[in-house]
Design a protein around this ligand. Structure first.
Ligand code: 13P
Length: 293
């Protein structure tokens, strides 16, 4: 258990988290007995992203991000990302400029400019200062039938254009019940990262999103999530070695909300959250971020 460096009092909220190298800082007044924790794990800074999916008109997105900029202005310990629909990226981009909020998109073409009706080329996102792109979300795997090979092509395209892919993987309920979660997740990780260099994998963000937990209100328990995250890190180790695997940030997604965020994010291999429903109003998203610190 980590001790208060000034008084030697054990800090109960740090129990079991010694390896994450928290520093316990106390307020200057001796009346303040509640520690403030700053995560000092330099290898993996937490990243919490809001996936707004097909929600919010441009004006609604502008209103939401304006609230977030105000509410989260002081947050430095967590990388905060919002991923609005393409139609809102331009206006949201202007608002987040100069703030601590980064911009993500929800998809990317596997090609560049050209005759690809309906596709979004990387240069179009770069001009709007987009940093992240969500790829291989289970909704796209399910409804658009996106296979791992296409996700891998898109991820390579993202890296080639200085965009950071957030690559999603996760099993369905039937797959979990059939006891093949690891097999499914391993196939998705290997297939979706195929062809990427070790350096590209290192800067890729992975998101473990069990399909049965998305939008259902059913969250994986922190133990279930940690188990799969640790397994994904094992797969990454076998692909590119331990040093690379230790640097990859793996988010958890699936009914994350303020009330369960802290326990999930305290797990040693959970490095953030990809949030759907709870990111659609500022109060819920802010609560998750505050609980992550
Ligand atoms: P919910 O948080 O609504 O379950 O969605 C998770 C998700 O799919 C984020 O990408």
């Amino acid at each position: 258990m980590m001790a208060d460096r000034t008084s030697g009092i054990n800090c109960r909220s740090c129990a079991g988290l010694e390896d994450r190298r928290f520093f316990a800082l106390y307020g200057s007044s001796s009346a303040i007995r509640v520690p403030v924790h700053i995560r000092m794990d330099k290898e993996r800074k937490l990243i919490v992203a809001g996936n707004w999916k097909s929600n919010k008109t441009n004006s609604e997105a502008v209103a939401l991000v304006s609230d977030l900029i105000r509410e989260l202005a002081a947050v430095k310990e967590v990388d905060v990302v919002v991923c609005p629909a393409f139609t809102a990226l331009s206006d949201v981009s202007k608002l987040v400029l100069g703030s601590n909020i980064r911009l993500g998109a929800q998809n990317l073409s596997d090609s560049g400019y050209g005759a690809f009706t309906g596709e979004i080329a990387p240069g179009m996102l770069r001009e709007l200062s987009v940093r992240y792109v969500i790829l291989g979300h289970s909704e796209r795997r399910q409804f658009q039938k996106e296979p791992d090979a296409l996700v891998a092509k898109k991820a390579a395209n993202a890296h080639a254009n200085n965009l950071i892919p957030i690559v999603c993987v996760g099993e369905t309920l039937a797959e979990r019940e059939a006891g093949i979660t690891e097999k499914v997740v391993e196939e998705q990780v290997r297939g979706s990262l195929a062809g990427l260099t070790a350096e590209q994998v290192e800067s890729t963000v992975l998101a473990y999103e069990p399909v049965w937990a998305i939008g259902t209100g059913k969250t994986a328990t922190s133990a279930q999530a940690q188990e799969v995250h640790a397994f994904i890190r094992q797969v990454l180790t076998s692909l590119h070695g331990e040093a690379v695997a230790r640097r990859v940030r793996i988010q958890y997604g699936g009914s994350v909300k303020g009330s369960n965020a802290r326990e999930l994010l305290q797990q040693p291999d959970i490095d953030g959250a990809l949030v759907g429903g709870a990111s659609l109003e500022s109060k819920g998203f802010v609560e998750i971020i505050k609980n992550a610190i």
